[in-house]
Write a protein that binds this ligand. Sequence first.
Ligand SMILES: C[S@@+](CC[C@H](N)C(=O)[O-])C[C@H]1O[C@@H](n2cnc3c(N)ncnc32)[C@H](O)[C@@H]1O
Length: 289
Amino acid sequence: MPPTVHVTLRAATEALGEAGVDNPVLDARLLFQAASGMTHADILSRPDEEVGLRVEMAFDAMLERRLFREPVSKILRQKSFWDMDLLVTADVLDPRPDTETLVEAVLEARPDRGADHTIVDLGTGSGCIILALLREYPNARGIAVDKSPVALAVARYNAEQLGLSDRVSFVCGDWASAVADGLADIVVSNPPYIRQGDMAELMPEVRDYDPALALEGGADGLDAYRAIIADLQRLTGGEGLVMFELGEGQADDVATMLQQEIGANILRRNDLSGIARCVGGTWRNSAKK
Ligand SMILES: C[S@@+](CC[C@H](N)C(=O)[O-])C[C@H]1O[C@@H](n2cnc3c(N)ncnc32)[C@H](O)[C@@H]1O
């Protein structure tokens, strides 16, 4: 006899729990919804419904991938970020809720939503940061940079889906090296910040399924911040706002770099767990460079 929805979900939840998955109940349900087309309400109201062979096979294939610790978002090729549904593939970092803190920090530092900012996003990945900001600033333009051409293709697709293509250009390059002088008034970046020596200890979902180029930040995790900060004055014409996402314990180092290199007034913002997740700064015609 074919298994029921309830039995199928219970077995999947148990298997995921044994495989060390953090939220086995949620993940089993999300995958089952995708395989079956049932909503959460359908599942709750029809637990004894039999699962057909096609659904069972589709669900098993997805479950197998999750048992190998591939994230649900990469299996479903979709992730919600801010108020958007984004395509995510193996070529981009899975956008994290923590990164919404960076978007909030920029909105707080530049509250005029009508301003015609030029925003440069260094290491755009899926495009989550720049696309969220362009939705919040309807008169702004964006330049989305990534070293990975395949990541840029994903960001470009997301921009098209959101109707934002006419306000964002995509540049393949090493940080801001291919962006013209004095173009930006806001620079945002969530660069790779994992210390080389910590890479092996990352959760399998991250270590095995996010691109290494999106993760590894050199011996102390701060290589990208050094490179970007050294170029900020040129990129902004000596005045602007920068906002970085960073890893736990890196806020003071990045703040010090910003003060020493460009004499920035430092801005900080914690994520929902109280971790200093964003550091940035504003500056004007710094005398230091
Ligand atoms: C941590 S991911 C952030 C992706 C996205 N902005 C987000 O917040 O989800 C860092 C991104 O930086 C890109 N990257 C790494 N090194 C780079 C470089 N030298 N120049 C430009 N982009 C780079 C990676 O390809 C990756 O897409």
